[in-house]
Design a protein around this ligand. Structure first.
Ligand code: GCU
Length: 604
């Protein structure tokens, strides 16, 4: 029996085709089952033994075998015993001085006691590992996963034994030319087992995945799917929403799939009323519950409609970093800290850049009534034409959508950031990806910020071939910082060659070092708060000129670590575009934005 009892819940299960039991334990990780909090889990968080392996020789030495000397003349040139410990979850860079800028291999080891009762199955689930993970259980290679920000799992039912079991994970965070993201990006490359690790016990045939949301354009009809897994795929399933008296019954087919369709009069989720319903799904062999909200998001011409009403997105960009710890954010308390600041700023929306953040962040935002932009790290210089890259991107997108598509707070899927139409295969690949995205989830808006606008004679020419396939034109522009104004901000002209679509300014801003008031306040090179403050004043003046403007999202909430930011006085390895300093101090520009957001009533 799993060492610790956890209440069993019911949810509805849907999803991608999930390998049947027969081909579990393939070399690639399985897409993670939905709704971990609703499952029977035992946490493997805590201290893990590690071997730091900068030469990457541990694979050749097969450290997962943990060989021991047998004869007096034997010696083994590695050992977890006597070695350092690292906390899981958490990046390894901030846990040991010798790992500060480390990009390489770290071997992690954890032992656990377990007994898997008959007719139960056991899975090993990782919230995220950056960047590559190779997993071994009891010296047996279970599989691997690539991608630093999405969950994955392995079935280990046949790999565990009574009593003590050993997990070894090889983690490598080296940046790769054909990685997602690629070699260069403007954030810190935190490596390690950066999110929770859990053992999940399931029934022999269980509810693997589900998708329950309002049908596109509807305010009262749920359309969804259930996905069973195991030997008994065809089962009688019921979907209950007790508060609404819903008790929908369906039978899954021989592939374990069943469609869900029911209507009800929902109290719709919104930022002002983040209403969630208890949804219970029961099959013949499994029972799971989850709290789910129901809302509609769509575009109509140049408008974004939320529950049928025009919506203006008052956003803020957030990296997954707790500035006060100067480390990768991973916990619910980190999420609360970041989202509380966003609320205080007057936001109804957060863009989680440039990769899926922890599930704590997405779930807490939903509870707090904050809409979420969820993004995969297809960032700037991606080798779209390199072998395997588009497949990696598609898998990462599927893993993000599979984890978050029952979170009604998530309203936008973003499939890239600042890639270029001139990159071979980029446009075709992203348009195809948008098609795949809609097949997985037709209920949300799809976008990809671009920064390729031309700025001449105080006129912004904005065009990208992606816009014809995406729902929102998201524009990253840094007028007043990277691009000095060419005239009065209120006189800027816009040429949007994209038809009648909503426009979101998905990034704008500039740098300031909190408290830097010594230099000339009207010079960018002083990194003064006043210079940043003026950028915000000018941007707000310019917003009046933007056609179809449906939202703004400044770059960004807090200063964050980025080793490419080299200035030894003002930056010291930090990107200083935060409205908050790395100590949480509010810069002058914070108040400009807060006042602007307060002036926008009813989110319109
Ligand atoms: C870009 C990019 C961000 C980056 C920012 C900056 O637009 O999307 O990731 O950090 O500009 O230069 O600060």
């Amino acid at each position: 029996m799993i060492a610790k009892k956890v209440n069993v819940y019911l949810i509805v299960c849907i999803g991608l085709i999930f390998n049947s039991r027969s081909n579990f334990n393939t070399a690639c990780a399985q897409s993670a089952m939905t709704n971990l909090p609703g499952r029977r889990c035992v946490s493997l968080n805590g201290q893990w033994q590690v071997i730091i392996d900068p030469m990457g020789i541990g694979t050749w030495r097969q450290v997962w075998m943990e060989k021991k000397p047998e004869k007096k003349t034997d010696f083994i040139e590695y050992s977890f015993e006597g070695g350092p410990l690292l906390k899981v979850p958490g990046d390894f860079n901030t846990q040991k001085p010798e790992l500060t800028y480390y990009e390489g291999t770290v071997w992690y080891k954890k032992t656990f006691q377990c007994r898997v009762p008959k007719n139960k199955r056991l899975f090993l689930h990782f919230g995220a590992v950056n960047y590559i993970a190779d997993v071994y259980v009891n010296s047996r290679h279970i599989g691997s996963h690539e991608g630093g920000f999405t969950p994955f799992q392995f079935e280990i039912t046949d790999a565990v034994k009574e009593g003590e079991n050993i997990i070894v994970v090889m983690v490598n965070n080296q940046r790769l030319k054909d990685g997602i993201p690629g070699l260069g990006y403007d954030w810190f490359n935190y490596g390690g087992i950066t999110r929770d690790v859990n053992l999940i016990e399931t029934a022999d045939s269980f509810i693997e995945d589900y998708f329950i949301q309002l049908k596109k354009h509807s305010l009262n009809e749920v359309a969804g799917l259930v996905k069973m897994n195991g030997a008994q795929l065809s089962q009688n399933i019921s979907v209950k929403v007790p508060e609404l008296g819903v008790d929908y019954k369906i039978k899954s087919n021989n592939d374990g799939l069943a469609e869900i369709h029911f209507t009800s009069q929902f109290k719709l989720w919104s930022p002002d009323n983040p209403k969630l319903y208890k949804v219970i799904l029961q099959s013949e062999t499994d029972t799971i519950v989850e709290n789910i909200g129901f809302r509609s998001i769509e575009t109509k011409g140049a408008k974004i409609l939320f529950n049928g009403q025009p919506l203006f997105l008052k956003g803020i960009n957030i990296h997954e970093e707790n500035p006060l710890r100067a480390a990768r954010a991973f916990s619910e308390s980190d999420a609360l800290e970041l989202l509380t600041w966003a609320k205080e700023l007057g936001c109804n929306f957060v863009r989680l850049v440039h990769y899926p953040h922890s599930e704590y962040m997405v779930r807490l935002a939903e509870k707090m009534g904050i809409m979420v932009w969820d993004e995969i790290p297809v960032y700037q210089h991606i080798e779209f034409s390199a072998p395997g890259v588009t497949e990696k991107i598609a898998l990462m997108m599927r893993e993000m959508i599979r984890r978050d598509r029952n979170r009604c707070g998530v309203v936008i899927w973003s499939l890239s950031n600042e890639t270029y139409d001139s990159t071979p295969n980029r446009t075709a690949a992203l348009i195809d990806l948008s098609r795949q995205c809609r097949m997985l989830d037709s209920t949300r808006l799809i976008t990809s910020p671009i920064c390729s606008q031309g700025y001449e004679n105080n006129t912004l020419n904005v065009w990208d071939p992606l816009y014809s396939s995406f729902d929102i034109m998201s524009i990253n522009e840094y007028l007043g910082w990277y691009s000095p104004w060419q005239g009065r901000p209120g006189d800027v002209q816009w040429k949007l060659i994209c038809g009648d679509k909503p426009v979101v300014i998905s990034e704008f801003g500039g740098e300031a070092l909190y408290g830097s008031n010594s230099g000339p306040k009207d010079e960018a090179a002083s990194w003064s708060e006043e210079y940043q403050e003026q950028i915000y004043k000018d941007q707000i003046e310019m917003f009046r000129t933007v056609p179809n403007l449906s939202g703004v999202c400044p770059w960004l909430l807090a200063d964050y670590r980025s080793p490419g930011r080299l200035h030894p006085v003002y930056q010291k390895g930090w990107n200083r575009k935060g409205l908050l300093s790395d100590r949480g101090d509010k810069k002058k520009a914070w108040y400009i934005l807060k006042t602007y957001y307060e002036s926008i009533k009813n989110n319109k």
